[in-house]
Design a protein around this ligand. Sequence first.
Ligand code: BG6
Length: 562
Amino acid sequence: MAHISQTPVPPTSGVVGGSTSSDPAATVHVPVRPATPAPASGTSAAFGSSAAFGAPATGTAAGARGAAKLPTSCDFTVFGGTGDLAMRKLLPALYSRDLEGHLPADTRIIGVSRSELDDDGYRAEVRAALHRFVEPERLDETVVERLLGRLHHLCLDAHDPEGWHLLHALLKDRPHEEETIRVFYLAVAPVIFGPTCNRLADLGLADERARVVMEKPIGHDLESSREVNDAVGDVFDEKQIFRIDHYLGKESVQNLLVTRFANTFLEPLWSSRWVDHVQITAAETVGVGTRGGYYDHAGAMRDMLQNHLLQLLCLVAMEPPTFVGRENVRDEKLKVLQALRPLTPADVDRLTVRGQYGAGLVDGAPAAGYNEDLGEHVPEGGSRTETFVALRAEVQNWRWAGVPFYLRTGKRMSTRYSEIVVVFKQPPHEMFPHATGPVVGNRLHIRVQPDEGMQLLVTAKEPGPGGIRLRPVSLDLSYATTFAERSPDAYERLLMDVVRGDPTLFMRRDEVEAAWTWVAPILETWAASHEAPKRYPAGTSGPYASAALLERDGRSWQEPDQ
Ligand code: BG6
């Protein structure tokens, strides 16, 4: 991150007047053009070689992009190399970085799985995946061929020593072997994490140039997450372990940090003094698809809330770190997790809602219910796994005491969107007694996806004579229209950060455990309850109880069309 300059920034040009739209929440577009970069007052020494937030402050976007190229040779070994995550996310992400010229020429990618595939067979599968999952306008056949040329596949069974020796031989057999960074990506079930790390250690592959990447959820609860972390921690140092929460790699989520900490206007407002409450929603229209076997043992709490939503909450609620990088951010996030008010069983009944989708209509098309989607994975008597969670949390510290944080996530909801809404308090008394129209509380919408951006809802005077008419309007920052650059996928950034050894956007062990500690009473109370999750039709915004959770507090969820 460049140091914040005190150089006056030229005013943004041409603020456009009020929209002629009759929409009550009309939009005023404020073209935010990136201000002329001020000369950097220093370099990013404080961030080490990090480029996550610490790309050398060259002062130009081109300079920062230049710094995105990996400085060292690297071998990515993906355990679960033929799986859904590898095909859908990891390989397209590496393709994208290759397209941008960020992968050194001798980078290799070794897919490891139990499939009986040779290198060519693997390349054919990856080629098909790239054609399926990379945006067509970004497909360049020359780069596709280059990426395929980097690929190898090893058929490896955890108990078969021969396969492991082949992996060892392959990793050793390359130029600049002694300087090469080795990334071991564990895109497999957490029970295999420990044994895999042990094999790597036995082969001498777990040295200081190695990094291991783990996918969430880490474990099933606090105890099992400790077991997984212990097993991996026996082999690798914490600084070599990268626990991915891909929400932290999303551009809009990183921008939340920049908006909070590279500007001054929000900080005085960012507390219980001016904030009424915060809403965090991650809504999906998809169902469980082919992941029923995994999902029915996880549910929305373990799959989304314990990690993605709590991480977003942390970024909203955390104190300003000394600087944004490395352990500072993780230290501050940990404090937030530790400050979450623990829920008693009675609180769980009152302040949490779990739901499960039934049949309904999504985007106008009929969609089956959860049990039907589970197919062969449906347990006898039907599943009691939640596909929706809503809850009210509180952060017990000076800044946030008394401010509710409402969190909600679900599958098969009406619209796919993830958003953080900070709802500010109403003005303390009525200043326009004769005005018509509503005085709405200001709201800051931080749109994580899709259409990343930010909107600030303010009350304005409708132009014209005849008294004062109030109208809520929104000041919009849309990434797509403001920045010419495409927003890279979260995995693109995170994979590069792993190679650089920058942990800022990854979860530290104590964070994961603090998150499990907080959700444990919720999971336990649900497990002990005779009540089934509340049913909601696919294509809706969840069970009625979720709306009631806020209505009881005199509030309501901000839906995307509001
Ligand atoms: C994953 C969950 O972590 O996040 C999935 O396991 C979910 O169930 C996905 O669909 C959502 O990610 P995104 O980036 O599409 O919001």
